[in-house]
Design a protein around this ligand. Structure first.
Ligand SMILES: Nc1ncnc2c1ncn2[C@@H]1O[C@H](COP(=O)(O)OP(=O)(O)OP(=O)(O)O)[C@@H](O)[C@H]1O
Length: 358
């Protein structure tokens, strides 16, 4: 299978980056890490905006940098679309002219996307005659993404595209980013320091810390790793792929996963459709016997797989298996001791909240 290969070192004195990554050439790969961990630096090296001496950068069968072989493809010939935190649009042009800007520079044979489908995808068809200054932050960002797509990139790089937006605008734009993910055959490398954003949008996750790659793997497996939980802090938790299997008369929807079923609020979906669920470790508690008289709907039989430290002092994370599916629970060290929670224990996981991501 075709891959995105990034092998790069850079030494800035106070900061050193040393990465050797092999990302899938499809879907969304997230670069996650705290501020200053090197996410943007890595993206800039991939784009050719910053040159790491000796680096090897290859996307599929195209090599963009291999200094040992004297290969260096400049940024403008890499076929990259770059979306930044702040939407970059020409303020003196209306949205339509902004969109046409990238498109018109390409010969028709090189155009992968058309204005109609792209404006529909990003929900900006009604904004085409407006100037960027009259748009909301979320609309501007959607227009900027549309413009980038219309330049027909081979690879889309997104650097915290939601960071400048408030929560309401973030929620407004996320469904469009999901559609991008589902409907376009365009690999995306997405920089974020939000575990929840990553859980919602990514397929593959790279965790960076102080310029080093701590982990690199499929999203669900990587979010479920106990040794990384401290990096996700209060947002530690898993992502579970489920299938909608039906609804009870009282409106509760059934989401099946390998090992069990989650019951969630009303959801209108086609039978069999896939739903991503996010369960934070902070929303899972444990009981040795099946709780009775609890208002919690999702109480699942589980077996303890491993126990590790949580980011907060006095707390631990417990990795659980429910059939083939992994769940994380955050409890206090005292509860762990008192309940005797050890690998191999069979107990009950009470899930207080399930966030439906798509
Ligand atoms: N042009 C530069 N020259 C020197 N140092 C830089 C330069 N750009 C970034 N740095 C430093 O390199 C380190 C990594 O920065 P980078 O922007 O890659 O991190 P990041 O993970 O993207 O952070 P953030 O989430 O805050 O954007 C930081 O210590 C930063 O101060």
């Amino acid at each position: 299978m075709s891959r995105i290969r990034i092998k790069a070192r850079i030494d800035r004195g106070a900061f050193a980056l040393d990465a050797d990554l092999d990302l899938p050439d499809h879907g969304v790969s997230a670069l996650f890490g705290h501020s200053g961990s090197g996410k943007t630096t890595l993206l800039r090296i991939l784009a050719g905006l910053e040159r790491a001496p000796g680096a090897v950068i290859a996307v599929g069968d195209e090599t963009w940098q291999d200094d040992a072989r004297g290969v260096y493809v400049p940024t403008h010939r890499r076929g990259i679309g770059y979306v930044f935190q702040e939407a970059s649009l020409f303020d003196h042009l209306d949205v339509r002219a902004n969109l046409e800007f990238g498109l018109k520079r390409l010969p028709p044979s090189a155009r992968r996307f058309d204005i109609g489908p792209v404006t529909e995808l990003l929900g900006i068809g009604h904004l085409l005659d407006q100037r960027p200054a009259t748009l909301s932050g979320g609309e501007r960002q959607r227009a900027a993404i549309a413009r980038t797509l219309l330049a027909s990139p081979r690879l889309l790089l997104m650097d915290e595209p939601l960071a400048a937006l408030d929560m309401k605008r973030k929620q407004e734009i996320l469904p469009y980013l999901e559609r991008l993910h589902d409907e376009l055959a365009l690999p995306v490398v997405y920089v974020s320091h939000s575990a929840d954003e990553v859980a919602r949008l990514a397929d593959y996750l790279v965790v960076l810390e102080q310029g080093r790659v701590l982990a690199s793997g499929p999203l669900a497996d990587t979010l479920a790793r106990l040794d990384l939980a401290a990096n996700f802090e209060d947002d530690a938790g898993v992502m579970i792929e489920t299938a909608f299997t039906g609804r009870d008369d009282d409106g509760l929807s059934h989401l099946a996963f390998p090992g069990g079923v989650l019951l969630v609020g009303r959801r209108d979906a086609a039978i069999g459709s896939r739903v991503r669920c996010r369960i934070h470790a902070r929303d899972v508690s444990l009981a040795l016997e099946r709780p009775r008289g609890s208002s919690i709907t999702n109480i699942l039989p589980a077996v303890v797989d491993a126990v590790g430290p949580a980011a907060a002092p006095g707390q631990v994370l417990v990795r659980l298996k429910i059939g083939e599916t992994t769940l994380l629970a955050r409890i206090t060290e005292r509860s762990r001791r008192e309940l005797g929670v050890e690998p191999g224990c069979a107990l009950w996981a009470q899930v207080k909240a399930v966030a439906l991501l798509a």
